[in-house]
Design a protein around this ligand. Structure first.
Ligand code: SF4
Length: 214
C-alpha cells in the first residue's frame, strides 16, 4: 500500500485500445489481497515489488499523453484507492479523461465497507468492472475475463459504447524496438497466455490485461 502521494505501479502503457473505449493510458498497480485461482498476472499479487511512483509525476505524463481515457488495473486498484483517487483528480484538473477501473471486489462490497479513499475513487470512475476472476466461468467477453464480472456504467459517459456487443475486446500485440513481444488485453481463453508464450518460445511468467515483455 502507498501513501496518497505515491503509487506502487507494476506497469504502464500509454496507448492501449483493448481495455476500455478508445485509446487509453493504462496503469497496472502492484499488489492484490485476493488470490484468484488462475490469475493471469500472479507476479502482480505480492505487495512487495513494482515501482514507487509520485502521483504528481504520473498524472503529468497521463495528461500529456494522447489517450482518450485512463484504465486502472492490477493488482487491485482499491488497495491503493487514496493514491489513485488523487491521480485521477490531478489528471482531470488538466484534462477530462474518462476512467475505467477493474476490481476483484464487488461494487456492493466496496460501497458497504469502503473507506474514504474507496469512496473518493469510486466517485471518479465512469466504468467499473468488478468481481474476482473465476476460471470456470472464463469467456470471450468485452474487457473482462469471466462471466461473473460485471460492467457498471456508473456515470453514463460511455452508455453508447456499452450498448454494443458483449464479445471479446481483442488483443493488442506489439513488437518493441528491442525485439521483445508484448500483448495487452483480456485473454479470450484460460490457456491463451501459456499457449502464446510457448509459441514464441517464452518461458517466464507474464501478466494479464497487460504486457508480456519477453
Ligand atoms: S485476478 Fe485480479 S483480483 Fe484476482 S488475484 Fe489476480 S489481480 Fe487479484
Amino acid at each position: 500500500m502507498s501513501a496518497a502521494g505515491f503509487l506502487t505501479v507494476a506497469e504502464t502503457h500509454p496507448a492501449c485500445r483493448v481495455l476500455g473505449p478508445g485509446s487509453r493510458y493504462v496503469v497496472w498497480v502492484q499488489g492484490c489481497p485476493l488470490s484468484c485461482h488462475g490469475c493471469v498476472s500472479p507476479q502482480w499479487i505480492p505487495f512487495a515489488g513494482g515501482h514507487r511512483v509520485a502521483v504528481a509525476e504520473l498524472a503529468e505524463e497521463i495528461a500529456a499523453s494522447g489517450a482518450d481515457g485512463l484504465t486502472l488495473s492490477g493488482g487491485e486498484p482499491f488497495a491503493q484507492a487514496d493514491a489513485l483517487a488523487r491521480l485521477v483528480t490531478t489528471v482531470r484538473a488538466r484534462r477530462d479523461l474518462s476512467v475505467l477501473c477493474y476490481t476483484g471486489y464487488t461494487l456492493e462490497h466496496l460501497r458497504r465497507t469502503g473507506d474514504a479513499g474507496t469512496r473518493d475513487l469510486l466517485s471518479e470512475v465512469d466504468i467499473l468492472i468488478d468481481g474476482p476472476y473465476v476460471a470456470a466461468r472464463h469467456g470471450d467477453l468485452r474487457w473482462r475475463a469471466s462471466a461473473n464480472q460485471r460492467v457498471h456504467d456508473l456515470t453514463g459517459r460511455h452508455t453508447a459504447e456499452l450498448a454494443g456487443p458483449d464479445t471479446g475486446g481483442g488483443l493488442q500485440i506489439e513488437v518493441r524496438p528491442d525485439g521483445g513481444v508484448q500483448w495487452l488485453g483480456v485473454p479470450p481463453t484460460p490457456g491463451f497466455r501459456h499457449a502464446f508464450e510457448r509459441a514464441l518460445g517464452l518461458t517466464a511468467p507474464r501478466p494479464r490485461r497487460g504486457p508480456v515483455t519477453k
